[in-house]
Design a binder for this molecule. Structure first.
Ligand code: 5GP
Length: 345
């Protein structure tokens, strides 16, 4: 008989964080830069953990430059050529917070090695929509064996503890969590598969931390509060696509229409992306992404400062002095309604 998991599965919008007695008098006292230590990768990393998605629209060179200044991470999109990536990495002063991205095909392995062998970058995001495919773990293993503890590997996407642990055991330092929560994603609609993001993050973080691994909560954040909830649920890193896709540094020109300034944003599994980046969409695939025009929001620094302000304020509300302390200090209320939107529209 088919099993039903009866525990309620939660999204960010299903909870609020309880305020608590605190020792912080000002949000200035909240330290949002964490020094990360990894299971395999030998170096530490200093960052706020905010990570730009490796979508073609957001994972741009311009974004990487701007985010480095803001102590945030960028996963470059994978459709740049090897030459383009190498010349960017050579020109960029600091590649500490930059990941290159790859799929799991043989030619992608070769391309990844070609870039890693330059020594200009040592962080890789191995990203496929369905992280349950056995070839993902195999790819991660091969990469780990070749480069030992000299590279940082992020791999995903999954939403359950079993595959989180499988990827870590095969060499991932960091597992990317999220199936279907993304703003440009229609996977849940097309396949019926997915898991509410907060529950996925909580379970996978617990599984990863138990074996010295970490997770990156990927997708579903619509506002700074959602990012805080991801950290509170145990995420070590939080990946953003849609929230940053209207930025100046995101790909594409500003579209002017009826006094509005817009940017085009599309899911990487959308028909639009398949045609643009692969030249075609295979007949056995259905589109699992949206194409939308979203408001232009100016330099990414504006959005990121708002995010950092929100994180600092939340830390002050719950008494978390360091980013890493957020989950220890956080308690969630399960709620029926989190926002009063009477004037929102
Ligand atoms: P957002 O921050 O916009 O809510 O989510 C960003 C994440 O959505 C990305 O990092 C990626 O994991 C996911 N994503 C991007 N494009 C697509 C797509 O076309 N289909 C699906 N299912 N997910 C996508």
């Amino acid at each position: 008989m088919t099993t039903i998991i009866d525990n309620i599965q939660l999204d960010y919008s299903d909870v609020l964080i309880q305020p608590k007695r605190t020792t912080l008098n000002s949000r200035k006292e909240a330290d949002i830069i964490r020094t990360y230590k990894f299971k395999y990768y030998k170096n530490t990393l200093n960052s706020t953990g905010i990570t730009v998605a490796n979508m073609a629209t957001t994972g741009t060179f311009e974004m990487a430059k701007a985010m480095t200044e803001l102590n945030g991470i960028t996963c470059l999109q994978k459709h740049y050529t090897v030459d383009e990536i190498i010349s960017f990495l050579k020109s960029n002063k600091n590649n500490e917070l930059v990941f290159i991205s790859t799929g799991i095909k043989d030619d992608e392995f070769a391309k990844t090695c070609q870039i890693l062998d330059t020594g200009l970058v040592d962080k890789v995001c191995v990203d496929i929509a369905n992280g349950y495919i056995p070839n993902l773990a195999k790819f991660v293993k091969k990469l780990r064996e070749k480069y030992d503890n000299n590279i940082l590997i992020m791999a995903g996407n999954v939403v359950t503890s079993d595959m989180t642990q499988e990827l870590i055991l095969n060499g991932a330092d960091l597992v990317k969590v999220g199936i279907g929560p993304g703003s440009a994603c229609i996977t849940r609609k097309i396949t019926g598969v997915g898991r509410p993001q907060l529950s996925a993050v909580m379970e996978c973080a617990d599984a990863a931390h138990g074996m010295n691994g970490m997770i990156c909560a990927d997708g579903g954040c619509t506002c700074p509060g959602d990012i805080v909830k991801a950290y509170a649920g145990g995420a070590d890193f939080v990946m953003l696509g849609g929230m940053l896709a209207g930025s100046k540094e995101a790909a594409g020109e500003v579209i002017k229409r009826d006094d509005k300034e817009l940017k085009l944003f599309y899911g990487m599994s959308s028909q639009y992306a398949q045609n643009k980046h692969w030249g075609k969409m295979n007949s056995y695939r259905a589109s699992e992404g949206r194409v939308v025009e979203i408001p232009y929001t100016g330099p990414v620094a504006v959005k990121i400062e708002e995010v950092y302000g929100g994180i600092r304020s939340a830390m002050t509300y719950i008494g978390a002095r360091r980013l890493k302390d957020i989950p220890k200090c956080a308690t969630f209320y399960k709620v029926n309604r989190q926002l009063n939107e009477v004037f929102a529209k």
